[in-house]
Design a protein around this ligand. Sequence first.
Ligand code: ATP
Ligand code: MG
Length: 157
Amino acid sequence: REINLPQYLNDIIDRHEMLEKENIVLKRVLPETPILVQMDTDKMTQVLDNIISNAMKYSPEGGNITLSAGKVGRKVKVSIQDEGVGIPKNNVSKIFDRFFRVDKARSRDIGGTGLGLAIAKEIVLAHGGEIWAESEWGEGTTIHFTLPLQKARGASV
Ligand code: ATP
Ligand code: MG
């Protein structure tokens, strides 16, 4: 389905704000103009729900979560930034592996299986995009993913 991404992301954030917990503030940095993207919204909602709920789970002392999106060349890039516990440098690339969780003792209390980001990666790759993380231990984490922009109507492949 062809989706207007900024509007879709606004709806996602609205829903999370209604379920909002504690003193976490969700901010949005979204373009005013439509950006059309071809996507399976059920699957993409699974991706965003996991990334946003991770940002909340791993931000124990609260803080801001910022969701931003914009065109970068022939792609659209979506970023979810938090001010939470962060991830040690040598673990950043592993968080997309099945069942990987940073500090098993700590994360046992938080709950989860360690599958959320592995599933997110599978879905983003199936859409022709990429996903990666940037993080500073103790400072926060940003998850970025890209999706290909809708080809102009009538354009050749
Ligand atoms: P599940 O999503 O299956 O309920 P989970 O949240 O532990 O469990 P993933 O979403 O795959 O699993 O994340 C893997 C691990 O990466 C987490 O256990 C956590 O250690 C780390 N992680 C993910 N997102 C963040 C974040 N925003 N801040 C800090 N650590 C994170
Ligand atoms: Mg998760």
